[in-house]
Design a binder for this molecule. Structure first.
Ligand code: ADP
Ligand code: MP5
Length: 274
């Protein structure tokens, strides 16, 4: 069985973060493992408190896994503060895993900042060059480009997304996927692999329940990479997975509800392997 690790924050309401990642891994038939970087007190309406986990125990968790288990892919989500980022970066240098999917989580759907402002530069310098693929949404892509150019870059069109993907590629990741969830019209994601741009299309589903879509997509990409798919096939499969997960999203809580991870659904639709 393929083994996939998530390094991310805990979402108490189960829609995003570690919880979404582990559900996604299970639905893909891969074995999930987790390292918790922060605990959030969160529900579908907001994030109410965050406690960062000490970097020594983050490091110890990474040692515990890599000294014992072969890891086929790593997904990185909420990393919160600079010392957490440095700890993860040093451990990745030590164990050098492949298939690192970096979801540069910055602000939750409910508007709470999950990455401290002083962490942005550390994330760019320490983690971007280690990523096989980075998966920013549009505001995150803008933030990263603004941090490196000191300009006020706004991504408004699909061509802007393509240009931004090429510029973020120069910061060191092997592939850049900019997600179009925050645009209007079709939900189009754009991949740049250093050679060419590929667009991934889906209809825009009319729902407010998109809590955890970015976490789910990046974990689905990590699962597919672990299963041996190429980056383009991994993104294409993951895009179908997230579209189905949003189509069947759940009316749970009073705010932005979560996506649905239902093994039988994906099996029936040919979205996962046995
Ligand atoms: N309403 C929607 N209908 C269809 N796909 C969507 C919708 N909202 C987001 N997506 C897709 O979900 C994935 C996550 O995108 P996005 O919501 O932008 O990420 P994030 O959670 O990081 O903000 C992307 O593949 C995006 O195209
Ligand atoms: C612990 C954690 N990690 C990531 C997200 C982002 O998910 P979303 O953008 O869907 O709110 C979140 N809300 N909580």
């Amino acid at each position: 069985m393929k083994k996939v690790l998530t390094i991310a924050g805990s979402d108490s309401c189960g829609g995003a973060g570690i919880q979404a990642d582990l559900k996604t891994f299970s639905a893909h038939g891969v074995y999930g493992m987790s390292i918790i970087t922060a605990v959030t007190a969160q529900n579908t309406q907001g994030v109410f408190a965050v406690q960062d986990i000490d970097e020594d125990i983050i490091k110890a968790q990474i040692d515990a896994i890599f000294t014992d288990i072969e890891v086929d892919a790593v997904k990185i989500g909420m990393v919160s503060k600079p010392s957490t980022i440095y700890a993860i970066a040093r451990q990745l240098e030590k164990y050098n895993p492949g298939n690192i999917v970096l979801d540069p989580v910055m602000i939750s759907k409910s508007g709470y900042s999950l990455l401290q402002p002083e962490s942005k530069q550390s994330l760019i310098k320490e983690l971007l060059p280690k990523a096989f693929v980075i998966t920013p949404n549009i505001p995150e892509a803008e933030e990263m480009l603004n941090a490196v150019t000191s300009e006020d870059i706004a991504i408004k069109t699909i061509e802007d997304m393509e240009q931004a993907a090429k510029e973020i590629y120069r910061l060191g990741p092997k592939n850049v996927l900019i997600k179009g969830g925050h645009m209007s019209g079709e939900a189009i994601d754009v991949l740049y692999d250093g050679q060419e741009i590929t667009r991934f299309y889906s209809e825009r589903i009319n729902t407010k329940n998109t809590h955890g879509t970015g976490c789910t997509l990046s974990s689905a990409i990590a699962s597919n990479l672990a299963l041996g798919y190429s980056i383009k096939d991994a993104v294409s499969n993951a895009k179908r997975y997230i579209t189905t997960a949003i189509e069947h999203s759940l009316e749970i809580g009073q705010g932005v509800g979560p996506t649905h991870h239902f093994y039988e659904l994906y099996k029936k639709g040919g979205l996962i392997n046995d």
